[in-house]
Design a protein around this ligand. Structure first.
Ligand code: NIG
Ligand code: FE
Length: 411
């Protein structure tokens, strides 16, 4: 079944095949076609171009989208959207003066979410997570990475990963799953962190691999969580199961996590709110994607990832939501793009590149997602009537999406 979209006001992020990521000053350019057509066959993009060349005779169905734009679906490469309950009390505690760190030290934070999740059935967790996934699909996300890390026991980590697997089966959105057993040290191991790390390496990780539940491995490398050496031990152990690293580094402190992750050939290094010279240097001429999470910076009131400096150093840059109950209870990629423009001072072109093709790269799917390219998945957003694509980040907090197409089908 061939569907032809005609009179597209502007078709955004049109790329030749074979481009996996965009770096440095190339990010300033967003290739587009004005007054365009787009032809899809079933779930695949097969052609696009100027309206005067539209192959009207080839289409089984033709849809006129005059005044509207089409862009590839958002690719959200970093979320924790499988979680149980919420943490609005900690939000109020922070308003009243407690820091994220102080709340965590009192047993709140990740450990608070872990306790709730351990007490939640798999069925209930699936229901809660499905609602969030449906919500982000409506907001234009067409591919998403989801982490474990609120289980922190073998049973609860597997429960999370099984929920991710069920989501993959049920929904048309592309999903990648990441094992984040080293998200925080459970209370019972507080005095014996090594024992918890040994448990991850010898017990949980092999089980995750045996059941084929994860595509990637993550560690929260941070003061008070896991050191660089501890992260490296976990990444080393993961290698024999073929798990590629995508890690949390440099959220509050620069402790050497970025160069270590690069040495372990991480696909992405995420957060990067605090970076030193060595960190920039270590990323140059590597395949590791730096990922910024502006909603986390906004929600916690912490610095923003230096996106401008990364790109000025010739590096690529991706944007993601970090959707989670503690530091970013929003999975809205439209808001991510706006916030990046406003607070990181990057242009709409750079932000859209960061939230589509580079997001796809950061979860290993840029051969099939992240741009309007022949042969890629027909995953795209049809906007409402808007004056220009810069209007999308400008009109922050408002919804300019009219329709979402996943695998060729309207949602
Ligand atoms: O990416 N920083 C580590 N993990 C999450 C937040 C976890 C939480 O507060 O629940 C993040 O920000
Ligand atoms: Fe995160």
């Amino acid at each position: 079944m061939k569907t032809l979209y005609i009179k597209i006001k502007e078709l955004l992020q049109v790329r030749e095949s074979g481009i996996s990521k965009i770096s440095g000053s190339d990010m300033e350019t967003l290739p587009t076609i004005k007054n365009a057509f787009l032809l899809i066959e079933d779930d695949t993009i097969i052609d696009y171009g100027k309206m005067e060349n539209a192959p009207i005779e080839k289409a089984d169905k033709t849809l006129d989208v005059a005044g509207k734009m089409i862009l590839p679906s958002w690719c959200d490469s970093h979320t924790h959207l499988v979680y149980a309950g919420n943490r609005e009390q900690e939000f109020v505690d922070r308003i009243n003066g407690l820091s994220y760190e102080e709340i965590a030290n009192k047993g709140g934070g990740i450990l608070n979410s872990a306790k709730t999740l351990q007490e939640t059935s798999e069925a209930d967790l699936f229901e809660q997570s499905s609602k969030r996934l449906e919500q982000i699909i409506r907001l234009g996300t067409g591919a998403v990475e989801i982490k474990s890390g609120y289980g922190l026991t073998t049973e609860a980590e597997l429960k999370m990963l099984k929920v991710i697997r069920r989501l993959k089966k049920k929904y048309p959105i592309a999903i990648k799953s990441t094992f984040l057993g080293a998200h925080a040290v459970p209370l019972e191991f507080k005095k014996n962190k090594d024992e918890y790390i040994a448990k991850i390496i010898n017990e949980i990780l092999p089980e995750v691999a045996r059941l084929n539940l994860a595509d990637y491995i993550d560690v929260f490398c941070e003061k008070g969580y896991f050191s660089v050496g501890e992260m490296e031990a976990i990444l080393f152990a993961s290698k024999k199961f073929g798990l590629i690293p995508k890690v949390h580094v440099n959220q509050f402190n620069a402790i050497g996590g970025i160069p270590a992750a690069v040495r372990h050939e991480a696909l992405s290094v995420d957060h990067l709110e605090v970076m030193d010279k060595e960190d920039f240097k270590s990323l140059k001429n590597t395949d590791t994607m730096p990922v910024g999470l502006p909603l986390c910076s906004f929600f916690l009131g912490i610095p923003y990832t230096p996106a401008r400096e990364l790109m000025d150093n010739g590096l690529p840059f991706a944007l993601a939501t970090d959707y989670n109950p503690g530091s970013s209870p929003s999975g809205n990629m439209n808001l991510v793009v706006s916030t990046a423009c406003i607070k990181m001072k990057i242009t709409p072109e750079e932000a859209i590149n960061a939230a589509t093709i580079n997001g796809a790269y950061a979860m290993g799917i840029s051969q099939t997602h992240g741009s309007i390219t022949k042969g890629k998945k027909a995953n795209f957003i049809i906007t409402k009537e808007i004056p220009s694509y810069g209007y999308l980040p400008y009109d922050f907090g408002n919804n300019n999406i009219e329709r979402v197409i996943l695998n060729g089908k309207a949602i």
